[in-house]
Design a protein around this ligand. Structure first.
Ligand SMILES: Cc1ncc(COP(=O)(O)O)c(C=O)c1O
Length: 422
């Protein structure tokens, strides 16, 4: 199992894979496959690592988990109990947080094309911070906040002009991106000057997110320097006290043993200390710090279980092993060419049909990016805590697939079997 030395939270006992204290073969049997499994214990451990690392420096911080990585109402409950903040980027994520009773003060609202409906909803819910992406949004937020008779605290999302070493689809800190206001091209300064004339928004700080699955802390340091220098230049537009800085998400994880992200503690220490020394140099107040980690909190906590089916050998070329899942439940390989580690959960030897295959590190951007491609019902999500499973999301049924079809003549005498063994 040396090729799995980078994987957290599992043990092999009697030739079987146990994850977060649970027998994964029993989980596959009881809940059916494919099955998304999420170790709530590991998620809590990561949340604590983030919060404890910040707390060792300051009380002025918020770790706002990025809901796009994975979000359900049950999961919001876990985040609440860990005193986390939450970053949402759609009315759907916002609605999920609200339904779970999440404290809206702790919510950041993202998105590069927030609609009138989404802005109104977020204002009505009392979302803590809007991360404003463009001038169109700025004027809409101001107008709708005025109609609601309130003053909305905002950040501007700025692009520091940094190219990071990651897949080009998830690079977001360089100038040629649809996200945010460029610092170099003067757009960020223009937005700040415009906002100063508006009565119903209050600029409290800036936000930047330079990319995802990042391993190199020097990119974060460079971004902090650029953003703080820019803030210092325009300091008269920011609050004298209560300044805030949001450094986004982006810390990478170990999908394979060749991935070497820095530990969470080192990442937090670097962000804090870089901000501290740069603000000192610039004669600024140390800001309240926000971060928005997604992947580094949930990815390692997830595994996906599949049942092995057809095994096809193409002589002299390769052997294809098929499982009962697809890009519908595992989208990142098709999208980004991502590589994952896997193991047979029921025996440590060569695969034969009906074996259970466990694919690691699938907690982030799997459930949340899944689809019904090929008209496949989505699998269940099972949370594991202290050796006990609980259903976080029930599996979709064939009936669920038909739920939104408009076809009055449809005979409903169809098979309605669940995908799992319920
Ligand atoms: C604005 C913003 N914040 C946070 C995140 C989360 O990033 P990660 O999952 O890499 O930590 C993303 C991801 O795309 C993002 O766009």
């Amino acid at each position: 199992m040396s090729h799995l030395s980078h994987i957290e939270g599992f043990v092999i006992r009697d030739g079987k894979l146990f994850f977060s204290g649970c027998d994964t073969v029993a989980l596959a049997r009881d809940f059916g496959t494919p099955l998304w499994v999420l170790s709530e214990d590991l998620v809590r451990e990561k949340c604590k690592k983030y919060c404890d690392s910040f707390r060792s420096h300051t009380s002025k911080f918020s770790v706002a988990y990025a809901g796009k990585a994975f979000l359900t109402t049950g999961f919001c409950g876990l985040l609440k109990s860990e005193e986390m903040g939450l970053d949402v980027c759609s009315a759907g994520e916002l609605h999920t947080a609200k339904a779970a009773g999440f404290n809206m003060d702790r919510v950041l609202f993202h998105g590069n094309n927030k609609t009138r409906m989404e802005i109104s909803l977020a204002l009505r819910f009392g979302v803590g911070r809007f991360v404003v992406d463009n001038l169109h949004e700025l004027s809409l937020v101001n107008q709708l906040a005025k109609e609601a008779n309130l003053v909305q605290p905002i950040f501007f999302r700025v692009t520091p002009g940094i190219t990071t070493h990651t897949h080009h689809y998830v690079q977001t800190g360089h100038l040629d991106t649809k996200f945010g206001f460029g610092i170099d091209n003067g757009q960020a300064e223009e937005a700040i000057r415009v906002s100063a004339g508006l009565q119903n928004v209050k600029l409290v700080g800036l936000h930047c997110h330079i990319g995802s699955q990042l391993f190199d802390l020097s990119s974060f340091k460079a971004a902090i320097h650029i953003v703080l220098e820019f803030m210092a230049k325009l300091r008269e537009f920011f609050p004298k006290q209560g300044l805030e800085l949001d450094l986004g998400g982006g810390l990478g994880v170990r999908y394979t043993s060749e991935d070497y992200p820095p530990p969470i503690e080192e990442y937090v220490d670097t962000l804090y200390m870089t901000t501290q020394s740069k603000t000192k140099e610039l004669g600024m107040e140390m800001p309240f710090l926000w971060v928005e980690p997604g992947r580094s909190i949930v990815a390692p906590a997830g595994i996906t279980l599949y049942t092995v089916g057809a095994i096809k050998e193409i002589p002299g070329i390769r052997t294809f092993l098929s499982v009962d899942g697809s890009m519908a439940d595992h989208p990142r390989t098709a999208l980004y060419g991502s590589i994952y580690c896997a193991v047979l959960a029921n025996k440590v030897s060569e695969a034969s049909p009906d074996d259970i295959l466990a694919v690691f590190c699938t907690g982030a951007y799997h459930y949340s990016m899944s689809s019904n491609y090929n008209r496949l019902p989505r699998p269940a999500v099972v949370g594991l805590s202290k050796g006990k499973p609980r259903l976080l999301v029930r599996p979709e049924t064939f009936e669920d697939l038909l739920r939104h079809d408009e076809n009055p003549s449809l005979e409903r005498g169809l098979e309605t079997a669940n995908r799992g063994n319920f």
